[in-house]
Design a protein around this ligand. Structure first.
Ligand code: ADP
Ligand code: MG
Ligand code: MG
Length: 928
């Protein structure tokens, strides 16, 4: 397989299918050249395989010859030679990996200029100013990117030259000063490298190619890949392309264009351009750009040609594309295209619109494939509440959503503040790839310069971070910025609205944004695909959370953590009384009080989820969490002394102290020590359920035992639960009677008893645990901790980033479930559990249930549902549909589908054990 391919190389497959090899930029350049026949400056692509070889063993021998040949072919096509002193061919050397990493890697323009060929270029073009402007750009870019010279040394000199010339535009710097700049730049390079600026074009080309290879492993590229979950071993392709010059004269220019608005999805072209400028000027936000309608006024022909190209690109790629173009002396050249990044709002609108458009004719399934979880997240973003906030400054709304935070003026300060737990708005004159760590840490971004396709805007949109760019009234200095005579210091609060571009002093209240109409349309399509195949529930601990989850489309609750009810301020003293109880009577009376309190909590939840299953997990955390901190009490004892109550609490806290609470008295183990606790919870729950039945409701209750590791544990826990159910039914005679009446219309009660699977042992012994369990729910957070032996709190802060950067882990396994280890335990647990009980209902609860990539793993394992936080429910609905469309969801055995009361019948047949008597009894209070 060769390393080098010309843009017009005759590939057997369409170049777009060779992105692995050619990179995104190279594949698209080849596609535009050889398939679409668009005007693209000729060039060739060095495949990513060369970069991979380079990373392994240095510059590959064979590459030298291949590049020399490709270069000769290019020179022949252009009728010019690189480095020819009388008429030089200039090239750009452009990085381009498989996945676009905007601005993360480097590109060198105008390569091939030296002290001789610059004169040749000046003569050929009869434009000395242009030749030297190109040369000073080249020396600065090559110096910075290839030779590692700090870029601001060049920038400072350029600023000084502009000031001297009394101009604000690069194009206004006169030839004399340009010659001086080229000379001064070369001296800067020599001072930093100890060698003169390389004059030999061969050396320049080789150096630039190597620099692009090396930039793959530059710190900002690595940070970007970690964030975007791109593999570190892909490598980048390198494109060498004949230069075209937008900085030639006033009949030239350069721009960035989108085939539709990437922020809103509105149809019609959208973009920025600059007259008499070279590519990077637009993106850098150095000069304020004009819109494409200004292009229409100044270059009507070109505008028309560009629109025709846009519509060809859209129907070819069947999607919105972004482009880079350059006009050289009245001729249009396309320099780049790709399917464009977009905001969530735009993604939704475009996907729905394109289903109805003839030229594109998207299917609903394809439309679903175009939306990501991040897109949905973005439209769920907060907005300013209310309308008339005093506006401090206005800029361009570059990335929607509202952000409120303290002002920091450098990326490092922003990052440090965020690490201290502060909310941060990063304020910069403009951003560059050097700022990405600060942008990542910030909640919002504000810049004084740059347009809607500036670095800040592009990066913020990609990450769904609110951003306002080009707020020109800002005057930024070292530790503050000012607008008119208002000074905003570092650490002061501001609020930015990236939807309409406003900046407000202080903290504005924010609300959750209204989702656009396309949001419901897309999710409706998603539900149609996945219903009956992969369910989505929510984790909710209160009635209002449950109601919210239902509004977001949850089909039940997969995890209700009852400990949250215990930690409420009015409950804590009661819990403590129970722990401190000296006599059984004291314990019983404290439990009684808790029962009454919990009952109303449960009722609210069951009401909000009426007719849908609600999984209630019995108390899980170690008891010491309910006791005061021993250190605080020790200090108090040693200083002011403790009162009687405090000394008792201190004794209890010491008695319950655990060396490793994560692996201590948790879950069902707690129930073993304090069986009255679980009985109390079940009674409260059953009373709540029966009262819902009495009110004509249809509660579906699933009682879940946490942290079980054996059949014996599960059988014991099950016996308490069943006893408590029976007791509650007997005690609640009145409610029960009324319940029976209710049941004739709508009221009915169903109860299942199941367990969490959150230790490796539970997964391994799923077959026997399933004998006692009606359902499983994988608790993948604990399962991940115990499978890896990672204590999450300790490991995430301290070593996770090192593991990710060094490629020791492909993902943080607490964010994306580990498909091989933890995933294998899930698959095994499902297989073994269902071998015992084919109808076993199985889900997953915990954060992974809302992560699209993890959902794939769960779908493939054959789970019935995923459960996640209410705000992630829409994301899970979409991801679940995508799994079904991708054919990942195994077909459901016919018997496990019924969800109604009848569903219990096959279950008892499937496992005719002692428990089935009990569970069928539990399911039908009317019978007992
Ligand atoms: P990035 O991926 O950061 O956008 P590019 O390789 O696209 O980097 O190049 C940076 C800028 O230089 C872009 O504006 C691009 O249009 C411009 N450019 C690249 N190659 C050429 C060329 N051969 N002629 C003119 N401009 C070019
Ligand atoms: Mg580009
Ligand atoms: Mg757990």
């Amino acid at each position: 397989m060769p390393f080098v391919f010309d843009f017009d190389h005759a590939h057997r497959k369409p170049p777009m299918e060779m992105k692995d090899l050619l990179g995104g930029k190279g594949a698209n350049l080849a596609e535009m050249t050889s398939v679409l026949k668009l005007p693209v400056p000729p060039g060739f692509t060095i495949a990513a395989t060369a970069c991979r070889s380079y990373m392994e063993g240095g510059w590959p021998e064979a590459l030298t010859g291949e590049v020399a040949k490709a270069r000769a072919r290019l020179e022949k096509k252009m009728g010019k030679r690189i480095g020819d002193p009388s008429d030089p061919l200039l090239v750009s050397v452009r990085s381009g990996a498989k996945f676009s990493m905007p601005g993360m890697m480097d590109t060198v323009l105008n390569l091939g200029l030296n002290d001789q060929s610059v004169e040749g270029l000046a003569k050929q073009t009869d434009d000395e100013r242009f030749a030297y402007d190109s040369y000073r750009r080249f020396v600065a870019m090559y110096g910075r990117i290839v030779l590692g010279v700090p870029g601001d040394e060049f920038d400072l000199l350029l600023e000084a030259a502009k000031e001297l010339a009394g101009t604000t535009s690069d194009a206004g710097v006169p030839i004399g000063l340009l010659r001086y700049l080229v000379d001064a730049y070369q001296q800067i390079v020599e001072r930093h490298t100890g060698r003169p600026f390389p004059q030999d074009p061969d050396e320049q080309l080789r150096g630039a190619i190597e620099a692009v290879f090396a930039s793959w492993n530059g710190p900002r590229a690595i940070a970007y890949r970690v964030r975007e979950r791109i593999a570190h071993d892909l490598g980048t392709a390198v494109n060498v392309q004949a230069m075209v010059f937008g900085n030639r004269d006033d009949a030239s220019g350069t721009g960035v264009g989108f085939t539709r608005d990437p922020a809103t999805g509105a149809t019609g072209e959208y973009g920025d351009f600059l007259v008499n400028a070279q590519g990077e000027d637009v993106v850098a936000g150095i000069r304020n750009t004009e819109t494409l309608s200004a292009l229409k006024d100044e270059f009507p022909e070109i505008h028309r040609e560009l629109l025709a190209i846009f519509s060809r690109l859209e129907s070819h790629y069947r999607d919105m594309c972004d482009t880079e173009f350059t006009i050289e002396q009245g001729k249009l050249w396309m320099l780049q295209t790709r399917v464009g990044k977009r905001t969530g709002r735009a993604a939704l609108k475009m996907a729905v619109d394109m289903v109805g458009e003839k030229a594109i004719n998207l299917t609903r399934e394809e439309a679903l494939g175009r939306i990501t979880g991040e897109h949905l997240e973005q439209v769920l973003h907060p907005q300013f509440s209310g309308a008339d906030h005093p506006v401090l400054a206005r800029g361009l709304g570059a990335s929607p959503g509202a952000a409120v935070g303290r002002v920091y003026l450098t990326a490092d300060d922003a990052q440090a503040a965020a690490e201290r737990g502060e909310h941060v708005v990063l304020v910069r004159s403009e951003t560059s790839p050097e700022d990405v760590h600060g942008m990542l840490a910030a909640e919002g971004i504000l810049t004084a310069r740059g347009g809607l396709v500036s670095h800040a805007a592009v990066v913020a949109r990609g990450w769904g971070k609110p951003a306002v760019v080009g707020a020109e009234a800002l005057r930024i200095s070292a530790a503050s910025f000012s607008v008119g005579d208002v000074v905003v210091n570092e650490g002061d609060w501001i609020s930015v609205d990236g939807t309409n571009g406003t900046v407000v002093l202080g903290q504005v209240a924010v609300t959750v944004g209204e989702t656009p109409p396309e949001f419901e349309i897309i999710l409706g399509w998603a539900d149609a695909v996945r219903t009956g195949r992969l369910g989505v529930r929510a984790n909710a601990d209160t009635g209002s959370d449950a109601a919210n989850a239902r509004r977001h489309g949850a089909e039940g609750i997969g995890l209700c953590r009852t400990e949250h009810m215990f930690l409420a301020e009015d409950r804590l003293p009661i819990v403590r009384r129970m722990i401190l109880a000296d006599t059984p009577d004291e314990e019983v009376s404290a439990l009684e009080e808790l029962r009454v309190a919990q009952r109303s909590d449960f009722e609210a939840i069951l009401e909000a989820m009426d007719g849908l299953p609600v999984t209630i997990r019995l108390l899980d955390p170690p008891l010491h969490e309910f006791l005061p901190d021993t250190q605080d009490l020790a200090i108090k004892e040693a200083t002011v002394g403790l009162d009687e109550e405090e000394s008792r609490l201190y004794e209890a806290a010491k008695a319950w102290h655990e060396y490793n609470p994560m692996l201590g008295t948790r879950g069902v183990r707690l129930g073993v020590i304090k069986p009255g606790l679980y009985a109390m919870q079940v009674r409260a729950l059953m009373e709540a359920a029966l009262s819902r039945v009495a009110a004509g409701g249809h509660p579906i209750v699933e009682i879940m035992i946490p942290l079980t590791v054996s059949r014996e544990e599960m059988a014991l826990a099950r016996s308490w639960v069943e006893a408590a159910i029976a007791e509650a039914e007997a005690a609640g005679g009145a409610a029960s009677r009324r319940g029976r009446t209710g049941k004739d219309s709508t009221g009915a009660l169903e109860v299942l008893i199941g367990t969490m699977i959150e230790t490796p042992r539970a997964a391994l012994l799923a077959a026997e645990i399933a004998e006692e369990a009606d359902f499983f729910s994988f608790g993948t957070n604990d399962l991940t901790q115990m499978t890896f032996g990672f204590s999450r709190d300790d490991v995430e802060g301290r070593m996770m980033s090192a593991y990710l950067e060094q490629g020791l882990l492909p993902r943080n396994p607490f964010e994306v479930v580990d498909p091989d280890g933890v995933g294998e335990l899930v698959r095994l647990g499902v297989r073994r559990g269902r071998a015992t009980r084919p109808s076993l209902k199985i889900g997953v609860c915990g954060e992974h249930g809302g992560d699209p990539e993890s959902i794939r793993t769960f779908a493939e394992a054959g789970l019935d549902y995923v459960s996640c936080s209410p705000f992630r429910v829409p994301i899970a609905r979409l991801a679940a549909a995508q799994c079904v469309l991708a054919g990942l969801v195994p077909p459901k055995p016919a018997k496990s589908t019924p969800k109604s009361k009848a569903g219990s019948a096959p279950k008892s047949k499937a496992a005719p054990t002692a428990k089935s008597k009990a569970s069928s009894k539990a399911k039908s209070p009317a019978k007992s």
